[in-house]
Design a protein around this ligand. Structure first.
Ligand code: IMP
Length: 183
């Protein structure tokens, strides 16, 4: 994608994210209270900050694993074709699994990942997404827990990138182009 100048406008503060994760962690703890070892699966790379904060709020016996599915590449549009670039290290058959996603947009990625993981026969499979853009949905899917519903804006920060940049911002911000084409 050609370089276009942009600024980032804060949309969700670091404080609001932390408070929401604390709320969600209570619900997740009660859902999995009886589980002896929950497998928390982070979808790379966008969920790496979210999963790090989330697991530290979960006072449960957990294992962490990662799965990488192809998504946007360097583009701002979903490719709609999902490929697994890195698979889990461990088996999940008979286990309770929580999939952690950064954003559900068209829904293709989460749908594909759920189908794949269900084929491995976990005991229970639940999903959590930090952000949800319901107006962009093309496949009928919803995560079991959602941090924030957001409008159709391209966002970055808190692990989420634009062409691999801005993952290290502590908040979620929206990308606003500042060149002539944006006016
Ligand atoms: P989906 O398959 O269209 O639901 O796309 C999910 C993936 O697209 C997310 O895990 C992100 O990696 C990426 N994505 C969707 N929206 C955005 C965005 O606003 N900023 C950056 N990446 C995004």
């Amino acid at each position: 994608m050609p370089e276009r100048p942009y600024v980032i406008d804060e949309m969700i503060s670091a404080k609001a994210i932390a408070a929401r994760i604390e709320d969600l962690s209570h619900q997740i703890r009660s859902e999995f209270a009886e589980t002896d070892k929950l497998v928390v699966v982070g979808l790379l790379r966008g969920s790496f900050v979210f999963i790090a904060d989330l697991v530290r709020e979960l006072d449960l016996a957990i294992e962490v694993d990662f799965l990488e599915a192809s998504s946007y590449g360097d583009d701002m549009e979903s490719s709609r074709e999902v490929r697994i670039l890195k698979d889990l290290r461990g088996a999940i058959e008979g286990r309770d699994v929580l999939v952690v996603e950064d954003i559900v947009d068209t829904g293709f990625t989460l749908t594909h990942v759920i189908k794949l993981l269900k084929s491995r026969k976990p005991a229970r499979l639940r999903t959590i997404a930090l952000l949800d853009k319901p107006t962009r949905r093309e496949v009928d899917i919803r995560a079991d827990w959602i941090g924030f519903e957001i409008p159709d804006e391209f966002v970055v920060g808190y692990g989420i990138d634009f062409a691999q940049r801005n993952r290290n911002l502590p908040f979620i911000g929206k990308v606003r182009f500042t060149d002539e084409a944006a006016k």
